[in-house]
Design a protein around this ligand. Structure first.
Ligand SMILES: Cc1cc2nc3c(=O)[nH]c(=O)nc-3n(C[C@H](O)[C@H](O)[C@H](O)COP(=O)(O)OP(=O)(O)OC[C@H]3O[C@@H](n4cnc5c(N)ncnc54)[C@H](O)[C@@H]3O)c2cc1C
Length: 252
């Protein structure tokens, strides 16, 4: 698949190190699908879609720095939307996100609310300055916030907020965020694994299921095409929550 040229029409500063970039293309993604974002001359990196025409980027290294340096009117190359995305099911759903993992959940929550589903969201951040998409989530249902330092909402990790919720009442639980957080939530929801969908982050290179960079040991699930969203029962006995492979294939 050749990259499509996308011109930047809007840049929103969400927090000190997170920005939303909106394009002149409506890509109509399934929530949870991602784009391979080609920053010309720098790298091509995976980013979940946070809007039908946008991504929300956390500054971590070279490619994301280069995205932060772009201005309205400049462009990126986009392959996608790629991958499977979340599958909406049931009447009552719970979204659990950590940090920039809130991005694809915001798009998912909007789609669920449009379908008349009851949406509850639990989001964890390091501190109140890192909060993302508060209004978007409040618009679609109940929002519970946790912060590591207690500066907003419940003090503690996202999983600290689970104790406020009767998990059995949810038909599906959707996760996106740091892997230890997702593994912790899955561990606390024993017996509900077939109702949990997690968006998993690995080192993506081709985005086409060819190179094997994003395979999950020992199942061989190619996250870039069979994921990034995987049902929790398929993660049992895998590397998930234990280790991941870096760009060279070595475990880290
Ligand atoms: C399916 C998927 C969806 C993602 N969605 C988002 C999102 O919505 N917003 C967001 O801010 N980030 C998202 N990421 C993470 C994002 O791809 C990395 O932060 C980005 O690639 C970092 O590139 P860099 O050059 O700035 O950093 P580098 O300095 O190159 O790397 C910093 C860290 O970023 C990760 N990373 C680097 N390159 C890749 C790669 N090709 N594939 C996967 N991880 C990489 C590695 O963990 C690495 O240690 C997503 C990752 C995946 C796999």
């Amino acid at each position: 698949m050749r990259p499509k040229n996308a011109q930047i029409v809007e840049i929103v500063r969400e927090t000190a190190n997170v920005r939303t970039i909106r394009f002149d293309l409506d890509l109509n993604p399934v929530p949870g699908q991602y784009l391979m974002v080609w920053v010309r001359g720098v790298d091509e990196v995976p980013m979940s879609m946070s809007y039908r025409n946008g991504i929300t980027v956390q500054l971590v290294g070279e490619a994301t720095r280069a995205i932060f340096d772009l201005k309205v009117g400049e462009s990126l190359g986009l392959r996608g939307p790629l991958g499977n995305g979340f599958s909406l099911a049931g009447d009552k759903i719970l979204l659990v996100g950590g940090g920039v993992g809130a991005a694809p959940l915001a798009l998912l929550g909007k789609a669920a609310s449009k379908r008349g589903m009851e949406v509850t969201t639990l989001l964890g951040f390091r501190c109140c300055d890192d909060l993302l998409f508060r209004e978007r989530f409040e618009r679609i249902g109940e929002l519970i916030i946790t912060t590591d330092d207690g500066s907003e909402g419940i003090c503690g990790r996202a999983s600290a907020g689970l104790s406020c919720l009767d998990l059995q009442k949810f038909d599906q639980i959707y996760l996106c965020g740091p892997e230890p957080m997702m593994a912790d939530v899955i561990g606390r929801c024993r017996g509900m694994e077939t109702k949990i969908q997690a968006s998993i982050d690995r080192y993506f290179k081709c985005g086409m299921g060819i190179c094997g960079s994003c395979c999950i040991d020992p199942s061989g699930i190619r996250l870039c095409v069979e994921g990034p969203v995987i049902r929790a029962d398929r993660l049992a006995g895998t590397e998930f929550g234990k280790y991941r492979r870096g760009p060279s294939g070595l475990k880290n």
